[in-house]
Ligand binder design. Structure first.
Ligand SMILES: [Zn+2]
Ligand SMILES: [Zn+2]
Length: 334
């Protein structure tokens, strides 16, 4: 089968590898679509995954189930999560599934950007959802990214009475705006340097947009909840200045190991600004995300700007790396 493997130079290539074999409690999924995530484009991050198959925003159909599988059968359309927690340890019981020991060891085989994917027993039992008929496979690829935004809103204690500024208007910035709007928010702003993404933000529900190629975020006024996409100090430091007293800066994306923040602790203290990181998402967030999509409280179909068959994965990654005219680039499978 074909799969998208990342090399030591962080470039991807399409390779031929064996279809995974499943064991007890596991299922084999034929992938229908898989999104390219912003993290798949972070060179420092994917270099650390050299030799592996990328892809964690997938939707597909079960084509084989092994002995011991309950609740799933061939033909089920599903959204498997890339990692699953044990559900029983202290971290799991206290709402921190991403810190569960089993989390890291539960990854999909070989990854979502492959024609077939083995779903380990823990992922199948604890974080694989059936895709309702009302949700297309393409829409279902948004369950994972939307779940990370749902989790971030929870960690940052976002409430619709709080004004929101989304900094960085790729897929998750747009989803943050859409989630805030669905919750009834009144003041929602989006900031980016790419004109086409500012236009999409208006469609998403932004009541104001800030073109940061013209004026810095720091001068944009005060927002209660500043949701920052890029994990770079050059973005986070000015974004901190846009947080209102008593407000929250939500650090949404992973930062490189050598990234450091410089800010005034004096200001942080007297302005009581919280900096809250939010990493990935757990099973509850995945369930909430699918419910938001299936109930049409959040619509995502228009966020798919380009589609490429898996044979054209290199082209797809190049397109996704160019923000002008793109939001979500999907890999599709025949
Ligand atoms: Zn992702
Ligand atoms: Zn656990």
């Amino acid at each position: 089968m074909k799969a998208v493997r990342v090399g030591p130079d962080a470039a991807v290539s399409v390779v031929e590898i064996p279809v995974p074999r499943i064991g007890p409690g596991e299922a084999l999924v034929k992938t229908r679509a898989c999104g390219i995530c912003g993290s798949d484009l972070l060179a420092w991050y994917v270099r650390g995954k050299a030799g592996t198959v990328l892809g964690h925003e997938l939707a597909g159909e079960i084509v084989e189930v092994a002995a011991g599988v309950e609740g799933f059968t061939e033909g089920d359309r599903v959204v498997p999560h890339h990692h699953a927690p044990c559900g029983a340890c202290d971290d799991c019981r206290n709402g921190r599934p991403v810190h569960c020991r089993e989390w890291r060891t539960s990854s999909l085989d070989p990854g979502g950007m492959a024609e077939f994917v083995r779903i380990p027993a823990s992922n199948l039992a604890r974080d694989t959802q059936k895709t309702p008929p009302s949700v297309t496979d393409e829409e279902a690829t948004f369950v994972e990214p939307l779940a990370t935004v749902v989790k971030a809103f929870g960690r940052g204690r976002y409430a619709p009475s709080r004004s929101l500024l989304a900094v960085g208007l790729g897929t998750t910035g747009q989803l943050a705006i859409r989630l805030a709007k669905s919750l009834g928010a009144i003041r929602i702003a989006g900031a980016d340097r790419v004109a086409s993404r500012l236009d999409v933000a208006r469609t998403s529900g932004a009541t104001e947009v800030l073109d940061v190629s013209r004026a810095p975020i720091s001068g944009s006024g005060a927002f209660d909840f500043v949701f920052v996409g890029p994990g770079k100090s050059s973005v986070i430091e000015p974004a901190l200045e846009a947080v209102a007293p008593g407000g929250t800066l939500l650090a949404f994306t992973m930062s490189a190991p050598d990234e450091r923040l410089a800010f005034s602790l004096h200001d942080l203290y007297f302005r009581e600004v919280e900096i809250v990181p939010s990493y990935s998402a757990g099973p509850e967030d995945m369930r909430e995300a699918l419910a938001l999509l299936s109930s049409r409280r959040i619509r995502v179909a228009d966020l798919v700007t380009q589609r490429f068959g898996i044979d054209r994965a290199r082209e797809a990654f190049a397109r996704a790396a160019d923000p002008e005219g793109s939001v979500k680039v999907l890999l599709t499978f025949g």
